[in-house]
Design a protein around this ligand. Sequence first.
Ligand SMILES: Cc1ncc(C[n+]2csc(CCOP(=O)(O)OP(=O)(O)O)c2C)c(N)n1
Ligand SMILES: [Mg+2]
Length: 692
Amino acid sequence: MPAQPKIVFDAQRDKACIDTIRTLAMDAVQKANSGHPGTPMALAPVGYTVWSRFLRYHPDHPDWPNRDRFVLSVGHASMLLYSLLHLAGVKEIDEHGTPSGKPAVSLEDIEQFRQMNSKTPGHPEYRMTTGVETTTGPLGQGCANSVGMAMGERWLGERFNRPEATLFDYSVYVLCGDGDMMEGVTAEAASIAGHLKLSNLCWLYDNNTISIEGHTELAFSDDVATRFKGYGWNTLHVSDANDTEALAKALETFRQTTDAPTLIVVDSVIGYGSPNKHNTSAAHGEPLGADEIRLTKKAYGWPEDSSFLVPDEAKTYLHDTLLSRNDEQYSHWKQTLAEFGDNEPALADEFERMRAGEMPDHWADTQKAFAADAKGMATRAAGGKVLNTFAEQIPWLIGGSADLSPSTKTNLTFDGAGSFEAGSYGGRNLHFGVREHVMGSIANGLALSYIRPYTSTFLVFSDYMKPPIRLAAIMELPVIFVFTHDSIGVGEDGPTHQPIEQLTQLRATPGLLTLRPGDANETTQAWKIALAQTHRPSCIILSRQPMATLDRMVYAPAEGTERGAYILADARQGTPEVILIATGSEVGLAVQAYEQLKAEGVAARVVSMPCWELFEEQDAAYLENVLPRAVMARIAIEQAGPLGWDRYVGTFGAKVVMNSFGASAPIEKLQAKFGFTVENVVKLAHEQIKGV
Ligand SMILES: Cc1ncc(C[n+]2csc(CCOP(=O)(O)OP(=O)(O)O)c2C)c(N)n1
Ligand SMILES: [Mg+2]
């Protein structure tokens, strides 16, 4: 690189830092030929004020558990975050959790903005870049995650703080925008944050009255501050984003507020300093262009021909000031943790495991097998028992439901489980209210706070949670999403409550396990598999209606669940003539059909397939063993849409599935109407064997 010109600033050091953030964003977007420069340019003073004067953050220890969290909910403004991480001199933590000695974001990384394998992807991605606390980009999610992070801090504080030892008292800062405010999930998030009085949460709302299509008047006329007052938030206003003193005053007020979350409405001008700032296309998703960049740099008093310039005044200041504010605090915290380890070794060990993503010793040893029982139980009921047994062993397994725990059976009922409530944050039962979307996002925020969260609602409402489920998978967070009422088996509630296409959608999500256990013992296995994950979210799909608990002395052990699919019942000898593949509540039906075929002298096999993804991970020999290619007479049985089953039954295999929405009727009538009967399966088996 050519030597950078030495420049002398008229303005002060803060302005040098702020303008560095602005110009790095402009230059990076220009070089990448894509991205959003306008919002980093406008919000540079806001980000800089938070980082330089407030954020408790040690640049050498970005994994300090008691650091403040900074969330960029306006993920399209990612260059703002990358510039801050660069100027702060944050050190990289590698994928094994060890410091690599490299910067989290070097100047070269900024020059690689949006390029393959760079640490500066288009939107901030957790795991890719040290210092990115959560993946953002889908508007609303950062705000929603932040509520989980703030709840996480409250819970950690209740569990680990002692009168003489404060291990957790961090704050969560969020930069959000008009888009966030328009998104429904933000309303859910603000509503529950206000209800829970999360005074450790501060959202800075960039009220620039512009979004992609133009002025927000086109589509948005909320009085945001009044709205948030209604949610129970403390609301403040800063009328100029460049007024760092006013920002600091508002942030100070946040710090003094102990009974409510804080919203700071900040008025800003997108593309600040650009002569073309009212051109929204230039500010949004497009580089400014060489000419405008020169003019803007001129307006800042910046060398017009410089590029990726970090002047001396800005090189180390942010890093130095973070160090001088936080180094001692960090050492003090380490000391507190060490003393805590001496005084409370069991709890200290607990926290170390939480940090490392490890389970307690013997966490799975207390589960008991469910006895064979023809009448059986709903897998939701089995799931509730299994969850409670695990949760007693795993103190940091916490979660709840979107107002359906009596139905999803996910309440923790043992002594001391308690409820997480405003002012009493140590409980392990979370009450999300009827807010499925933010429930998922909160779970992600909790998972980013060392906690193992689970959520629950009806499977049909997984539709309301798609964005956070997807983000959990992208972020590799081991969140557990429980979905009950998994099929037309819900009966009279009818088609609005009977999921059809939801399983397909979940299975289509990369990096997500979708587990649909076939009886109580498979349910134990499903929970065990989900809890053993460290980098993968899971969905556990459970029934409302009872299902027989299979006699595992007669049929294969439920541990086969670990391999995704396994031979549950087989032809007495030799190769089977037909294979029945089923999941969840249809496993029982497959077994009944198998028994009838067996009585008729037909060599059938039942494959229970609770988890496609785990099955796909098995080696070729195992796949061939379970689904031999020589046996093409196959039937898939699942009370859900057909998409995807061809891969297991082939073009000519039969599918007993749902090709339409369901109906409101008693379950037996629905099963008959849609072909989920022993007669139908047996008939199809004969047809398959004949090759019809
Ligand atoms: C859920 C979602 N919908 C749409 C987009 C595409 N998008 C990116 S930025 C943006 C405009 C956001 O406006 P605002 O939050 O006011 O940000 P500003 O334009 O002021 O930076 C949109 C619609 C997105 N990222 N996420
Ligand atoms: Mg805006």
